[in-house]
Design a protein around this ligand. Sequence first.
Ligand SMILES: Cc1cc2nc3c(=O)[nH]c(=O)nc-3n(C[C@H](O)[C@H](O)[C@H](O)COP(=O)(O)O)c2cc1C
Length: 170
Amino acid sequence: MDIWEGIRTKHSIRAFAQTPIAEGEARQILDAGRRAPSGFNAQPWYFIAVRDRAMLHELSTIGRSTRHVAGAALCVLILSPDRETNFWRNLFDAGQAATYLMLAAHELGIASCPGTVYEPVRARDLLGFPDDWKPYILISFGYPDPADPRLGTGKGGRKPFEEVVRWEKW
Ligand SMILES: Cc1cc2nc3c(=O)[nH]c(=O)nc-3n(C[C@H](O)[C@H](O)[C@H](O)COP(=O)(O)O)c2cc1C
């Protein structure tokens, strides 16, 4: 799959087959996140990769719309530094890492869906990371469930090109 094809065809999928993700493929996805660019090359992230089924169930309750994590084969929490300084840059960098993780998975035929974490303290209780790191976002991964009626519909539409692009000036 070339990059344009990946960008064009990738959509969030929230229903997963019960097929595990092989170790090599999980490592390739995580390695892609590690290779994302970041401001000043600070690489302000840790990735916690969870495959344990009981823990995936627990993590599915740390957001308001994270039920998809319960059926995932892998969930990656992106930890960002919890500091006032560089906060927005760190979040931007986390977003870049998220995209690298998801596009690398897409090339392997592995679907994904981000989830916003609303209960970082509960996440910390479950996973034991230091208090000065925060999981603002998680991503569930898994092979798509072929029985999902929304599969392949690309339901997340996009605003038209002419609406969002302004050449030269507003
Ligand atoms: C920062 C961010 C947070 C998101 N949080 C959630 C979430 O909590 N639950 C969820 O089901 N989807 C979540 N999504 C997925 C978006 O709803 C989805 O990307 C968007 O609707 C476009 O659809 P598509 O990805 O299928 O093209 C999130 C996406 C991003 C980028």
